[in-house]
Design a protein around this ligand. Structure first.
Ligand code: AMP
Length: 300
């Protein structure tokens, strides 16, 4: 049995003090924001952060600001004890959680919501796809991530390519606030090809089987790209055809130019491309994406 050496804090106060102490000692901090229900994908982010920094800190916070549907927020899986074990194993030094009032003291209205003037603008990369289907989601992401950057002052922050558009949004946010270096880590997949996701635990066997068509469609698009297909409309149609074979409700299956993020489908042949899918298997919403060209994720 592995000894638990990780420090766990239930609120931001101790976490902030811990980070200040590190800074005073001249030690570098790598930060990995998460919503908990951790898996190997999160562990990979922590491992990379541990390689590149003196210390690693992880936040575990199911951020209500980024959930439009309250059912989705309530049913989001939570397992703090299991999370601490996985983080410890991956080399994380400190994990903390907290509540909205603790993270935003004096910035909430009487009903506990964040006052609108404290919501951060997620910028142009929030346009289209996730931004369209989850209205307000990226404002919520930018606001909490920006707040964490502000209070913890990490040297580097680690995000998964799995949430591609989010990675673009936080990269811009960090640049604008003179924040940490944003490191984007490749998507970690199950042997089946399915991307690891906290939401996978909520899938029944048949929903999992349906969800598999998402990665199949993405790998299919990449195969077409490798054969020389550069038309985004053709690539998107191919993905839609594959997705039709599964019992899924498809929100989007789209191709974008990662160098020039745009809310709408690019026209003409692409030099750089990323394929992105969002679909529901039962009531579980799944997203995944794949870089078709060999550009580094989000140009990081
Ligand atoms: P979440 O807890 O889902 O908000 O995810 C926290 C971080 O882990 C985000 O930066 C995600 O993009 C990243 N992440 C989630 N799943 C994966 C995965 N399968 N591979 C790599 N990173 C991931």
């Amino acid at each position: 049995m592995q000894l638990l050496t990780i420090e766990c804090f239930e609120g931001p106060r101790e976490a902030i003090a811990w980070c200040r102490e590190l800074a005073a000692q001249g030690l570098s901090l790598g930060f990995v924001p998460t919503m908990g229900a951790l898996h190997e994908g999160h562990q990979n982010l922590v491992r990379q952060a541990a390689l590149e920094n003196d210390r690693v800190c992880v936040s575990i916070f199911v951020n209500p600001l980024q959930f439009g549907e309250s059912l989705d927020l309530e049913s989001y899986p939570r397992d703090f004890t299991g999370d601490a074990k996985l983080l410890n194993e991956a080399g994380c030094h400190m994990a903390f959680t907290g509540t909205l009032p603790e993270f935003f003291p004096g910035r909430l209205d009487e009903r506990g919501g964040l006052l609108p003037e404290y919501l951060l603008d997620p910028g142009p990369c929030a346009e289209g796809l996730e931004g369209e289907y989850r209205v307000g989601h990226f404002e919520g992401v930018a606001t909490i991530v920006g707040r964490f950057f502000e209070i913890l002052k990490p040297k580097r922050a680690y995000f998964g390519q799995k949430d591609y558009q989010q990675a673009l949004v936080v990269r811009d946010l960090a640049r604008n606030m003179d924040g940490p270096e944003v490191v984007i880590c490749t998507t970690h997949r199950e042997p089946s090809g399915m991307a690891f996701s906290s939401r996978n635990t909520r899938l029944s066997e048949s929903e999992y089987a349906a969800g598999m068509f998402i990665s199949r469609a993405l790998f299919g698009a990449r195969a077409l790209w490798n054969q020389g297909q550069r038309d985004p409309a053709v690539l998107a149609r191919h993905m839609q055809a594959v997705l039709k074979q599964g019992d899924l409700f498809v929100e989007y299956a789209a191709v974008r130019d990662p160098e020039e993020w745009n809310g709408s489908e690019p026209v003409g042949e692409l030099q750089h491309a990323v394929a992105l899918i969002a679909a529901r298997a039962g009531d579980v919403r799944l997203i995944d994406n794949m870089l078709l060209s060999s550009t580094t994720p989000a140009g990081a």
